[in-house]
Design a protein around this ligand. Structure first.
Ligand code: 1PR
Length: 507
């Protein structure tokens, strides 16, 4: 069975394992999938990718007998790469899914491989949780695996942490991550090249390229770009996405902007776009549009969880929910009850909240005084058309078509409680205008939640990126038009941010 070019993969069927597969294949190796516990023991090299939530992953590996085989394999000191959750599962217990769950996993996992507990990051210490994004590696102990990677930024996404761990995702960490992976797969390969700069690292601010896609009359998906959500065509999604990866985008988002009309599982082109993009893009991919429960013409019911699962299987690392999250938040605020049934709650329970983004599409509504509305207002930096000094930000659904009785602030707080791991904060007034981000809105929301906020809508120059990071708590800035129209390259944005003293990942 020993074939130097084959690596065994333990895919327990949750989350996006396609990225790991793509990374392995990209490096020229073959994959043997674990189908039975014996396959684990027969492996020469075993990769255990970590995506999903602790509880559901644990249930699967226990019920299939994989847990015992895995423990035996590691006891034999065989080459093993546990990525993120794939490493956390080797510990005694985790705080994820509540203490009850942790206790039952503790009993099930009798002889733990690594003693210790996987703890949740404490957001009361001022941390933004989940920890999503790029940090530089600081290697304190010489390991062959991480040789040459000191000082390189790699991609982390987690709310729970165990030490020591390959807690980051090499399959999503660009060229640095691929070279770390390669060192595991063929131990004699050379390490990562020296980084451009090496200094103490905080979490790097992310620059995200967004592709709004829709079907054209031939049924092909095309990238479109709106002007206050009014759209026109721009190019092919997979080609653009891979170009943005090469250019240094820290993440790529696809928004299927007509997803609210049609059923996404009927939208095979979108799944195909994800499959193809994930073969070339080794940074996180997010997909949104049309994630909700659905009954098709024949009366067959699909849960939003099935829709999301299909997206993850096709190569998405995160899914993004727009309209359906607004309805869930409205219901939650009205009743005060978490039903657990909304798509947001279901998907984050199964895949972990770090995999669920909520996209907010608000429109600015000026008011003379905060007392005029029941929603949170801000004092605006520039006055409204009738001299108004305040505004609230009204949420919309269906691509801005329908306005809802809930503000962006209220929505953000509610979806955080319901299990969102990140907020993509658009602003219809600024979309495609190139006049800069809506700093008032982004500051209000990013100060109100402890999950990461992605600033979106309005980028038109490099200065807009430094402005949003200097004036707000945004963790990432997303832009579409400025990159599609090739006005400003991603590299120029990053160089400007470095000059402005903002940490970013450089290639
Ligand atoms: O409601 O769950 O089906 O999700 C629909 C998703 O599609 C939502 O995330 C919503 O934001 C998005 N969407 C719907 N209609 C449009 C449209 O443009 N007509 N696009 C649309 C949203 C906004 C940003 C855009 C930034 C940056 N696009 O993603 O990329 O504003 O643009 P800029 O840098 O050029 O200013 P559901």
């Amino acid at each position: 069975s020993s074939d130097a070019n084959t690596v065994t993969l333990l895919d327990y069927g949750a989350g996006n394992v396609r990225s790991v597969r793509n990374a392995i294949r990209h490096l020229g190796f073959n994959i043997r999938d674990v189908r039975s516990p014996e396959d684990i023991l027969a492996a020469d090299r075993l990769v255990f990718p970590g995506v999903g939530a602790f509880g559901s992953a644990m249930d699967v590996i226990n019920s299939t007998g994989m847990a015992d085989a895995l423990r035996e394999y590691i006891r034999r000191d065989r080459p093993f790469l546990g990525i993120c959750l794939g490493l956390q599962l080797l510990f005694d217990s985790s705080e994820e899914n509540g203490p009850g769950k942790a206790f039952s996993t503790l009993l099930a996992w009798e002889h733990v491989v690594i003693p210790g507990v996987v703890r949740r990051f404490d957001s009361s210490e001022g941390l933004i949780v989940p920890h999503i994004g790029w940090n530089a590696l600081q290697i304190t102990k010489d390991t062959q695996l991480l040789q040459g990677a000191d000082g390189h930024h790699v991609y982390f996404v987690h709310s729970y942490h165990a030490l020591p761990a390959v807690q980051f995702h090499p399959e999503k960490s660009g060229a640095t991550g691929l070279s770390i992976f390669e060192k595991f797969l063929s131990p004699n390969s050379s390490g990562a090249k020296a980084p451009a700069h090496r200094k103490a690292s905080k979490l790097a601010k992310r620059v995200i390229a967004c592709l709004d896609v829709r079907s054209n009359d031939n049924g092909d998906l095309v990238v479109t770009k709106g002007d206050q959500y009014d759209v026109r065509n721009l190019g092919k999604p997979v080609e653009l996405a891979s170009q943005y990866y090469i250019d240094g985008a820290d993440e790529v988002s696809f928004l299927n902007i007509t997803g609210f009309r049609a059923f996404p599982l009927g939208d095979l082109p979108m799944l195909e776009v994800l499959r193809c993009a994930s073969e070339k893009v080794f940074v996180p991919l997010t997909v949104g549009g049309g994630i909700r429960d659905f009954t098709d013409e024949s009366g067959r019911y699909y849960s939003s969880l099935e829709v999301a699962s299909e997206y993850f299987r096709s190569g998405a690392d995160k899914i993004s929910i727009g309209s359906d999250a607004v309805f869930a938040a409205e219901a939650y605020l009205q009743t005060g009850v978490k039903t657990g049934k909304s798509s947001l709650e279901q998907i984050s329970r199964v895949y972990g909240n770090q995999a669920v983004v909520v996209s907010i599409d608000p429109r600015r509504v000026y008011v003379k005084s905060p007392d005029e509305v029941q929603f949170k207002t801000v004092k605006v930096s520039s006055k409204g058309p009738s001299g108004e000094e305040y505004a609230w930000y009204q949420c919309t659904v269906s691509g801005g078509r329908d306005s809802r009785p809930i503000g962006a602030y209220e929505l953000a707080k509610a979806v955080e409680e319901l299990g969102a791991g990140e907020i993509l904060l658009n602003c219809i007034d600024c979309d495609g205008q190139g006049g800069g981000f809506d700093i008032d809105l982004i500051k209000m929301v990013s100060d109100a939640v402890t999950i990461p906020v992605i600033a979106s809508s309005g980028a038109g120059a490099v200065e807009h990126f430094s402005e949003v990071f200097e004036k707000t708590n945004a963790s990432a800035a997303l832009a579409a038009g400025i990159f599609h129209r090739k006005e400003v390259p991603i590299l120029a944005v990053k160089e400007h941010l470095v000059d402005a003293g903002v940490e970013v990942r450089m290639l």
